[in-house]
Design a protein around this ligand. Structure first.
Ligand code: C2E
Ligand code: CA
Ligand code: CA
Ligand code: CA
Length: 271
C-alpha cells in the first residue's frame, strides 16, 4: 500500500509543479510579447449598407507569435485577463492604432472603434489617457469610439467615467449587445451612442431560432432609446437585406470585408 500512496503523492506534486511552471512561462511569454511589440492590428470596416460608404473601422488585435504564427484574441485575451494585463494591452492598442492611422489621410473623416474592457474605466490614469487620445485622433480626422462589452459588470465608478468621456465627445458603443446579463441596467445608467448587435442574432435571420425574436426586440429597443445600431457578423445578402428592411444600415462582416492590415484595406487608396 505504501508504494502506491507515495506514487500518487509524487505524481500529484509533479503535476502541480508542471501546471505552475507552465502558467508562469505563459505569463512571461505574453509579457515579453508586449515588450517586443509582437501584437498588431487588423481593421474591419463598418459599412453603411444603404449607401455603400465606409462609416468607420474596428481595430482587432492579433499576436504575431515568433513560432506559432498569428494567434487570435480568443486565445490570448482570456490569459491576459487572468494575468491582469488588459490595461497594458489597451494602452498598446490605442498607441498602435494611432501610429497605423496617422499615416493615412481621411478627407471625409472616419470613425474608429477600439475594444476596451470594463475594468479599464476604474483607473483615473486611463481616463486621462483616453481624453488625450481623443484629441490626438481628432487631429488626424478620426472620431474615437469605445466598444465596451457587457461580459463583466460595469460598476458605478466605471459608468460615471464612461458618461464623462461621452460628454467629452468620445462615442460609446455597447459591444456584443444582448449576450451579457447587464444590458438593460447599463442602458439605464449610461447614455450611449451605439449598440452593436452580436453575430449570434444576425445568424438567426431566416432561421427558426430562439434568437430571431430577440433580434427584433433589440432593434426596437435601440429605436426607442434613439441609439444607433451596428450589426456584427453580416455574412450573407439575405441577412443584409433583412437588416435594411428593419432600418439597420450600419453593417460589419465578411460580406463586406474581412479584418485586414491597414495597408490592405481600401482606405489605403486615400493619399
Ligand atoms: P468582437 O468585438 O465582437 O469582434 C468581432 C469579431 O467577429 C472579430 O473576431 C471579427 O474578426 C469577427 N467577425 C467579423 N465579421 C465576421 C463575420 O462576418 N463572420 C465571422 N464568423 N466572424 C466575423 P476577432 O478579431 O477574433 O476578435 C474576437 C474578440 O476579441 C472580439 O469580439 C473582441 O471582444 C476581442 N478583441 C479583439 N481585439 C481586441 C482588443 O484590441 N482589445 C480587447 N479588449 N478585446 C479585443
Ligand atoms: Ca468589438
Ligand atoms: Ca456621438
Ligand atoms: Ca461579438
Amino acid at each position: 500500500l505504501f508504494i502506491p500512496i507515495t506514487l500518487v503523492v509524487y505524481l500529484t506534486l509533479y503535476f502541480a509543479r508542471y501546471l505552475f511552471s507552465r502558467k508562469r512561462s505563459m505569463y512571461t511569454e505574453v509579457k515579453l510579447a508586449l515588450k517586443m511589440r509582437e501584437f498588431f492590428l487588423h481593421y474591419q470596416p463598418h459599412v453603411d449598407a444603404s449607401s455603400g460608404c465606409v462609416f468607420g473601422v474596428e481595430a482587432l488585435v492579433r499576436w504575431q507569435h515568433p513560432s506559432r504564427g498569428i494567434v487570435y484574441p480568443d486565445v490570448f485575451i482570456p490569459l491576459m485577463e487572468e494575468y491582469g494585463l488588459m490595461d497594458e494591452l489597451t494602452d498598446y492598442v490605442l498607441n498602435a492604432a494611432y501610429h497605423d492611422l496617422a499615416e493615412k489621410v481621411f478627407r471625409e473623416g472616419i470613425h474608429l472603434g477600439i475594444n476596451v474592457p470594463p475594468g479599464y474605466f476604474s483607473n483615473p490614469k486611463n481616463i486621462r489617457l483616453l481624453k488625450l487620445y481623443k484629441n490626438k485622433f481628432d487631429g488626424i480626422g478620426i472620431s474615437l469610439g469605445l466598444e465596451i462589452t457587457e461580459r463583466q459588470f460595469l460598476d458605478s465608478v466605471a459608468c460615471e467615467s464612461i458618461s464623462r468621456l461621452r460628454t467629452f465627445g468620445i462615442d460609446i458603443l455597447i459591444d456584443d449587445f444582448g449576450t451579457g446579463q447587464t444590458s438593460l441596467s447599463v442602458l439605464e445608467r449610461t447614455n450611449i451612442d451605439y449598440l452593436k448587435i452580436d453575430k449570434c442574432f444576425v445568424d438567426s435571420i431566416g432561421h427558426q431560432s430562439v434568437n430571431a425574436p430577440v433580434l427584433n426586440a433589440i432593434i426596437n429597443l435601440a429605436k426607442e432609446l434613439n441609439v444607433g445600431i451596428i450589426a456584427e457578423g453580416v455574412e450573407t445578402d439575405r441577412q443584409a437585406q433583412y437588416l435594411l428592411t428593419q432600418g439597420v444600415t450600419l453593417h460589419q462582416g465578411y460580406l463586406y470585408a474581412k479584418p485586414a492590415r491597414i495597408e490592405k484595406l481600401f482606405l489605403s487608396k486615400s493619399k
